[in-house]
Design a protein around this ligand. Structure first.
Ligand SMILES: [Cu+2]
Length: 179
């Protein structure tokens, strides 16, 4: 009996310390990812409206859709999003990674009245038009979503593909044209 007690006690200590170490690691990762700096730097920074490369118009509807829901930009472009809310509900556009947006959406379900005013998002009242200016400084695929309670879950999301700075160069091409 004593022998078994000792074994299980050792087992508990080992399991305990492994779990503890793991928990610590998770905590560090989360703290890093949810800091506000991480937010913005992951996909760019607030843009200067005067330096906007172009305007992209997006409609928001009570069908819980953005239109268009897929946007292509070039790296370092500053986009002026003009957000038209055609619905009878308040909608918003929040830029982020899908992981951040999902976590945020879950929080919004718990606290539907939570207001946020980060530069990576714009809330638009029913029938109104809003603006969001953002510079995409990193190549990659990013996401946006409406985080009004339940809207993300209903599919109100989209993505932004940021292409690298250099335009694709065609090899061969039109160099040999003869007239
Ligand atoms: Cu919405």
């Amino acid at each position: 009996m004593k022998h078994i007690d000792k074994l299980s006690a050792i087992g508990l200590i080992v399991i305990g310390s492994v779990a503890f170490a793991h928990g610590d690691e998770d905590h560090d990762k989360k703290a890093g990812a949810s800091s506000h700096e991480g937010h913005a730097s992951a996909l760019g920074r607030p843009g200067d409206p005067k330096k906007a490369s172009r305007t992209v118009e997006i409609t928001m509807s009570d069908a819980m859709r953005f239109n268009p829901s897929s946007i292509s930009v070039k790296r370092n472009e500053t986009i002026r999003f003009v957000l038209r809310n055609e619905g009878k509900l308040k909608h918003e556009m929040v830029l982020g990674t899908i992981r951040e947006l999902r976590e945020h959406a879950a929080l919004m379900l718990k606290f539907p009245e939570m207001e946020h005013a980060d530069p990576n998002q714009a809330s638009v009242e029913a029938g109104k038009t809003g603006e969001l200016v953002w510079q995409f400084t990193k190549a990659g695929s990013f996401d946006f979503a409406c985080l009004q309670a339940g809207h993300f879950e209903a599919g109100m999301k989209g993505n932004v593909v940021v292409a690298g700075a250099a335009a694709p160069v065609k090899v061969g091409g039109h160099a040999d044209h003869k007239h």
